[in-house]
Write a protein of this length. Structure first.
Length: 844
């Protein structure tokens, strides 16, 4: 056993209590005390003192107890450095023993005294000495009386082979030790990990004299906050219960409301003076602590005491309103306001969430690929999603995996669940783009699309049209219909985003493929489009046929005829996008996917195509077979198509330039950026640039209108990253397509990663799914090599990330640190990215 630790502090209004030394709760209590608020006597143990006790040193408990009176009883609360790191629950009534029990019996009455003492015996036995809760069932299940105490003490003595401790020193010592053990337990560590707490996160302890919520005249306890937890508007919420302590008022139905309420009696009516005193203290504390608080208060014989203060409970919407109001009341400035709202809070704001009161009947889990919650009837096909949507019936589309043919159906469903796939497989990428909740790789669930059944690993079977709920934020699939909280994108939120934009250096653009995406991007504050995936435009029904005609063309001339049908459609899409994005940059990626994605898969579809193209069905089948590849994602796609079938890129370049001319003539300010996917060599870039330049010159002379454009590449192959110096000579920008680059760097298929990703992450092989959070070490090194080699050859080279990582706060930190110019992500992630980029500047 080590030294006797005497480091503790009696909290006074003149003390100096820092969060980093005593923890956040102690700091808040100190702020209340420093305003001479009625806080009962407190002894603080610092984070360091707790560490010393943990290292087998003994605390000078006797010295601590000298600060209190013989008759006092105490509470102990944890004070972690950050309030959201959790911590063991508070223990109340320490110091109670048979002698004090008898005194309280005389002073109050036997019932109240028994209630208090029994509560302490139970919490000491169960929370501190870790006895089974069920042992006390016989006592708990009957009316409290003096015999309950005898019985509970006997159970304790029997189990522990020693009597219930009667001295405060022993009780307090055990309580402190048990709280320290709980802090270091596995569950607590895991919970802290989720909050990004460091491995060695510390906590202080608060020992406080208890004021009793029991007395001869009005006594009781309550919890109060001064804003609505739902929307942050000014409103006194909480409860008060006579003759109670702790948070009992929140648990008991007949507690008083605080302010006048139609539903029942209130403290405001019952004790008007105390109520207004409470409101005054709440308002003063808000200014001093610079936050909205939830106050634990006690009334002891008509005197008000404040025991504890925590940040007020708040939804994401309320969190924004609270900081905006604090800025307008001059409590702090805009930078502080942005600092106080976590990027993840923003995600919640933009998507429906499961109501905090929802019952979760979990039937399986998968990878949380797109946030938000959706509840609806199970459908197994996009066409069914569409037909139910026409009748206003919400659905969840359940597929083994999705492909381009599902995009239409995804527009009509509320959420998507797939058995296979990973973060960047088709379902995840598309759902994030549409702001649709999505879970992928839920391989504990089995989907039998033929018989229209979904079964869970424990044998529960769900039929088509049964209700399920998916939580794309946690990855949980729930049975049945569940209540949702709707998203809120209001004026306050826009103001908040403007503040964040003023702070951030990194720009945030959106991945937007259609005019409606572009509108959303603008609404959400995007500073341009960083990736417009042009092929998405060809999946529309009227365009798909022309696209297929182009694929089946036997000659260049035939191909040109088919492409000529697509040209006006692309041109009008671009024109509309340019209009929407007037004054901002728009980066358009030329055609990327392998052609087979546009071909029919089922016989019926082949027949229809044969009829439409007036070809024998055998020819359709044969061509489909010809175009199939062993590894299409590594095959004829991206720039490789551009080189072998230049007519496609030429048509797209023409559509872009003609739209530019039309837009500029309508006074729209636009300098289009043309981006080539999947390059790996300088020669590819030069060749495509020459095709594009030729078309630019043709359009200029045909329209007699001069325009500028920028030409650049996507860096998606490791070779392009390594040869960035060569490539940069012919590019004005490089955008890292980190989905493909991660896939190729790891040699890991983005569509199949879901099969083992969860195991890899749980076993710690990967710290995170690298398709979700950029692998700073490996993929990141390639990015840095490309940055250095590229900028060495072209000092004006604009650098960005447009893979899914562009919307992930950790990956955004990497981009900020690496001096990139912008990130681009799906419109629904733009606000999160803006706040994450601002946080980098605020916390760097
Ligand atoms: C990428 O590969 O990162 C990218 C943005 O392109 P896509 O996801 O369309 O392949
Ligand atoms: Mg790509």
């Amino acid at each position: 056993m080590g030294r006797l630790v005497k480091d503790y502090m009696h909290l006074k209004s003149s003390s100096d209590v820092h969060r980093s030394i005593y923890g956040a709760r102690a700091r808040r209590l100190f702020l209340l005390k420093s305003m001479n608020m009625p806080v009962p006597r407190v002894i603080l143990l610092s984070i360091n003192t707790v560490r010393k006790i943990q290292a087998e040193n003994k605390l000078d408990i006797e010295g601590i107890l000298e600060n209190f009176k013989e008759e006092d009883i105490f509470s102990v609360r944890a004070s972690p450095e950050h309030w959201d790191w959790g911590g063991p629950p508070s223990i109340l009534n320490i110091g109670l023993n048979n002698k004090k029990y008898n005194e309280i019996k005389k002073k109050l009455n036997i019932n109240l005294a028994s209630k208090l003492y029994l509560r302490f015996i139970l919490s000491y036995s169960i929370d501190v000495m870790r006895l089974d809760e069920e042992l006390f069932d016989p006592v708990v299940n009957k009316t409290i009386s003096e015999s309950s105490i005898k019985e509970a003490l006997a159970i304790y003595a029997e189990e522990m082979s020693e009597p219930f401790p009667q001295n405060a020193k022993q009780q307090l010592e055990q309580v402190l030790n048990s709280m320290i053990r709980a802090w270091n337990g596995t569950t607590a560590r895991l919970l802290r990990q989720v909050q990004n707490a460091p491995e060695d996160a510390g906590f202080g302890l608060i020992i406080q004299r208890m004021v009793l919520g029991f007395g001869k005249t009005e006594s009781g306890s309550g919890v109060a906050q001064f804003v609505s937890p739902l929307d942050g508007s000014k409103k006194v919420t909480g409860r008060y219960l006579s003759q109670s302590q702790g948070k009992e008022s929140l648990e008991i139905e007949n507690s008083l409301f605080l302010t006048k309420d139609k539903r029942g009696k209130s403290l405001e009516e019952h004790m008007p003076k105390i109520f207004s005193e409470l409101c005054r203290l709440g308002e003063e504390a808000r200014f001093k602590t610079r936050d909205e608080l939830e106050l634990d208060f006690t009334i002891e014989n008509e005197k008000l005491w404040l025991l504890d203060a925590a940040p007020a409970r708040r939804s994401a919407r309320a969190a924004i309103k609270i900081v905006i109001d604090l800025v307008s009341d001059g409590v702090y400035g805009q930078r502080e306001a942005v600092k106080r709202v976590e990027p993840k809070t923003i995600t919640e704001l933009l998507h429906s969430q499961l109501s905090p009161l929802a019952v979760r009947d979990v039937i399986g889990t998968g990878i949380a690929a797109s946030p938000g919650a959706a509840t609806g009837k199970i459908v197994f096909s996009s066409s069914m999603a569409q037909s139910l949507a026409l009748q206003d019936i919400p659905t969840v589309l359940v597929r083994v995996e999705t492909g381009p043919e599902d995009i239409r159906g995804m527009h009509f469903t509320k959420g998507v669940l797939t058995e296979r796939g990973g973060m960047t497989s088709h379902a995840g990428v598309t759902a994030r783009g549409l702001g649709l909740p999505c879970i992928v790789g839920a391989n504990s669930l089995k989907i039998d699309a033929k018989n229209r059944l979904l079964s869970s690993s424990n044998g529960r079977v769900f039929k088509e049209f049964d209700f399920i709920t998916i939580d794309g934020t946690s990855g949980q699939v729930l049975s049945g219909k569940t209540e949702l909280v709707e998203p809120a994108f209001d004026e306050g939120f826009k103001t908040f985003l403007d503040w964040a934009k003023e702070i951030s250096v990194l720009n945030v653009r959106a991945n937007a493929d259609t005019p409606s995406d572009a509108k959303l991007a603008r609404t959400f504050g995007a500073e341009g489009i960083g990736l417009c995936r042009t092929e998405q435009m060809f999946f529309e029904k009227d365009r798909l046929l022309a696209m297929r005609e182009m694929i089946f063309a036997d000659s260049n001339a035939d191909r040109k005829v088919a492409l000529d049908q697509l040209l006006p459609m692309q041109r009008s899409d671009f024109e509309e996008i340019f209009q929407i994005m007037d004054g901002l940059n728009v980066c358009i990626r030329l055609f990327d996917p392998p052609l087979h994605e546009f071909l029919p898969r089922e016989r019926q579809e082949m027949l229809e195509l044969a009829e439409a193209l007036d070809l024998p069905v055998s020819k359709i089948a044969e061509r489909t077979k010809d175009l199939s590849e062993f590894n299409p994602m590594l095959g004829m796609r991206g720039v490789r198509l551009g080189i072998t079938l230049p007519e496609i890129y030429e048509m797209q370049a023409r559509a872009i330039f003609e739209a530019t001319v039309l837009a500029q003539k309508a006074n729209i300010s636009i300098v289009p950026e043309i981006m080539i996917p999947l390059v790996s060599t300088r020669k590819e870039v030069q060749l495509i640039h020459s095709y594009v330049e030729k078309i630019a010159n043709e359009v200029k002379s045909e329209t007699n209108h001069f325009f500028e454009y920028k030409f650049g590449v996507m860096v998606e192959t490791p070779r392009a990253a390594l040869r960035a110096g060569d490539i940069a000579k012919h590019s004005s920008f490089m955008s890292f397509g980190t989905n493909d680059l991660t896939q190729m760097t790891y040699g890991l298929s983005r569509d199949d990663a879901g099969r083992f990703m969860r195991d890899y992450v749980t076993k710690g092989v990967f710290a995170e799914d690298p398709f979700h959070t950029l692998d700073d070490d490996g993929v990141g090194e390639l990015l840095l090599i490309a940055r250095d080699r590229g900028r060495q050859e072209n000092t004006d080279l604009v650098l960005s990330v447009c893979g899914e990582h562009g919307g992930d706060p950790n990956s955004i930190n990497f981009c900020c640190k690496s001096n990139f110019d912008y990130v681009s992500c799906s419109p629904f992630r733009v606000p999160v990215a803006i706040v994450a980029a601002a946080h980098y500047e605020l916390f760097k």
